[in-house]
Design a protein around this ligand. Structure first.
Ligand SMILES: *[C@@H]1O[C@H](CO)[C@@H](O)[C@H](O)[C@H]1NC(C)=O
Ligand SMILES: *[C@@H]1O[C@H](CO)[C@@H](O)[C@H](O)[C@H]1NC(C)=O
Ligand SMILES: *[C@@H]1O[C@H](CO)[C@@H](O)[C@H](O)[C@H]1NC(C)=O
Ligand SMILES: *[C@@H]1O[C@H](CO)[C@@H](O)[C@H](O)[C@H]1NC(C)=O
Ligand SMILES: *[C@@H]1O[C@H](CO)[C@@H](O)[C@H](O)[C@H]1NC(C)=O
Ligand SMILES: *[C@@H]1O[C@H](CO)[C@@H](O)[C@H](O)[C@H]1NC(C)=O
Length: 489
């Protein structure tokens, strides 16, 4: 019951379609003796100087005279109109050898195969074509199935297709296919991708042909913006000439941020309170949607700012980095070490073990100070009876055995880094049994009196030191400058 219903609905639909079809007028000729249908493409393109293979099968649908493959069958192609009022329109009749157009039935008509090879095409062959069967007394023209053939002077561009997601790390298949009207002389395909030359000419569903090359690649950010060029070279005129068509496409591959880097301006050391600019840069597709600045503190990284530009007044040093983020992921830049300029300070002579000392005991004089960049030179000297004497250079600690002549000596030390030098105040050893207060007063008075001249002497000493250590000249020159700068303050 329901099957019947479905079938009748189908018939009605078919009838409706047919009436719409025939009433349209354009194909008014095709309803009169609808005895022959062909299965072939409705439209085909071909290339001048080449051939066109027309896939074709026919069906006899209703007729008083039956088609019989036992009788001789001729195939006929008529151009322009289904009737052949003009005999010149019968451009091919398989019973004849002197046909107007260079066509050849390569299908077996007894198998209802009307596949035809149309050769040496020229643009004036562009037309509508009708197929006819002559199997006397059965004769019929497939007037409802015209085939529009367009003969092109130059081949259409091949088609580049990419399957899959255009994202980094994705594996996609890229193919280039070219129209192949003449499978007997297919185009040669070349492209700018690494070629494993596996060119294939394959039959499509509609039994026309296509020529194809294909490659699987795993995408990376480097593919973004790269151009794929594919060209098809068609042999024409029996291979004497060639016609070329080319296609190019630009890959748009999305990827997470790459080459994320942070920079600081001004570079190098900065003074506390001054302004610094941090800039983050990265490349990404789609572009970076968020830049985050992090400062590494004791508790780990802490977000301090958003945006690619971060400007602030320096209060302390620290380690910064930025993170660039887009839809696909994020990337962290390398670290920026923000270091505050810190000339030597708190320079002092430390005696250990702490005094009072006694003759014969061992003591260490340590030059203690702070600074950034780190202290690179220490110096230890003393003033003995108003004369300066060097004790130690380049070492922070001077250990010695106390003798009675150490009584009354004033010990000094100095620290130097790239930025400046600083000298300590004088320090005197306090001997066991000495009056502490008295000693300190002496130290103070002597310290003040001696310091000025000591600075001058110290500078002179550094000048002379340059000739002793010529290999360190650049550093020394710097040092002398620092000393000169130090004088006005
Ligand atoms: C095809 O050729 C046969 C034999 O020569 C002839 O009888 C027939 O009329 C021709 N068909 C057409 C459509 O001209
Ligand atoms: C029709 O004939 C052509 C040419 O000989 C052949 O390649 C094709 O496979 C045939 N088609 C069918 C459906 O038999
Ligand atoms: C960007 O990063 C890649 C590695 O991810 C590296 O090979 C390349 O040299 C970098 N380019 C620049 C300009 O730094
Ligand atoms: C920091 O950026 C501001 C604003 O762009 C600019 O005026 C200033 O000169 C920059 N400072 C440095 C040290 O680059
Ligand atoms: C930041 O430092 C600049 C000079 O480097 C100064 O002019 C400005 O007032 C400071 N801003 C703040 C908020 O301290
Ligand atoms: C970066 O991505 C990772 C996971 O891929 C996530 O855990 C992390 O929070 C992201 N960082 C930022 C700053 O967005």
């Amino acid at each position: 019951m329901s099957v019947m219903a479905v079938r009748s609905v189908r018939t009605v639909t078919a009838n409706m379609l047919l009436s719409v079809f025939f009433l349209s007028g354009a194909l008014a000729d095709c309803d009169k003796n609808l005895a022959l249908l062909i299965t072939a493409p409705k439209e085909m393109e071909a290339l001048t100087g080449s051939c066109l293979q027309i896939p074709c099968n026919f069906r006899v649908i209703k007729s008083e005279e039956e088609f019989s493959s036992a009788r001789t069958t001729f195939g006929v192609w008529i151009k322009n109109e289904p009737q052949f009022s003009n005999p010149d329109n019968v451009i091919f009749n398989s019973s004849r050898n002197d046909n107007i157009y260079p066509m050849n039935l390569i299908g077996d008509l007894s198998q209802k195969n009307c596949t035809t090879l149309f050769s040496s095409l020229i643009t004036s062959y562009t037309d509508k074509y009708y197929f006819r069967i002559e199997n006397w007394p059965f004769v019929a023209t497939a007037s409802c199935d015209p085939l529009q053939i367009t003969v092109l002077d130059s081949p259409p561009s091949p088609r580049i297709e990419i399957s899959g997601d255009l994202k980094e790390k994705e594996s996609v298949s890229i193919s280039c296919s070219a129209f192949t009207p003449c499978p007997h002389s297919p185009p040669k395909l070349t492209w700018n991708l690494q070629q494993d030359p596996h060119i294939m000419t394959v039959e499509k569903k509609d039994r026309t042909f296509t020529t194809k090359i294909q490659k699987n690649i795993t995408l990376s950010d480097e593919h973004d913006g790269s151009i794929i060029t594919c060209s098809a070279r068609y042999p024409v005129n029996e291979g004497k000439d060639v016609k070329t068509a080319e296609e190019r496409t630009t890959l748009n591959v999305s990827y997470a941020p790459k080459n994320t880097s942070a920079s600081i301006s001004p570079p190098g050391l900065v003074s506390a309170g001054s302004r610094v600019n941090l800039t983050c840069s990265s490349r990404a597709n789609p572009p970076v949607s968020r830049f985050t600045w992090l400062k590494i503190s004791k508790d780990g990284p802490v977000t301090v700012s958003e945006g690619d530009f971060y400007s602030f007044n320096v209060t302390d040093g620290g380690v910064y980095h930025c993170v660039a983020t887009n839809d696909l992921g994020n990337q962290t830049s390398s670290e920026i070490h923000l270091t505050i300029k810190d000339p030597p300070r708190d320079t002092s002579v430390v005696i250990s073990p702490t005094d009072p000392v006694s003759v014969g005991s061992l003591v260490n004089l340590t030059c203690s100070c702070r600074g950034n960049p780190p202290i690179d030179t220490f110096v230890c000297f003393m003033i003995n009876d108003g004369r300066l004497a060097m004790i130690k250079v380049d070492e922070q600690i001077h250990g010695f055995k106390v003798s009675s002549s150490d009584r009354g000596r004033l010990y000094y030390c100095g620290c130097r880094n790239e930025l400046d030098i600083q000298l300590s105040t004088g320090r005197q050893l306090v001997f066991e049994g000495d009056q502490r207060v008295g000693a300190q007063v002496i130290v103070k008075i002597l310290g003040i009196v001696m310091l000025v001249s000591t600075l001058v002497i110290f500078e002179c000493w550094f000048r002379s030191r340059r000739s002793i250590k010529p290999q360190k000249r650049a550093v020394e020159a710097d040092y002398v400058n620092s000393v000169v700068e130090l004088r006005p303050s």
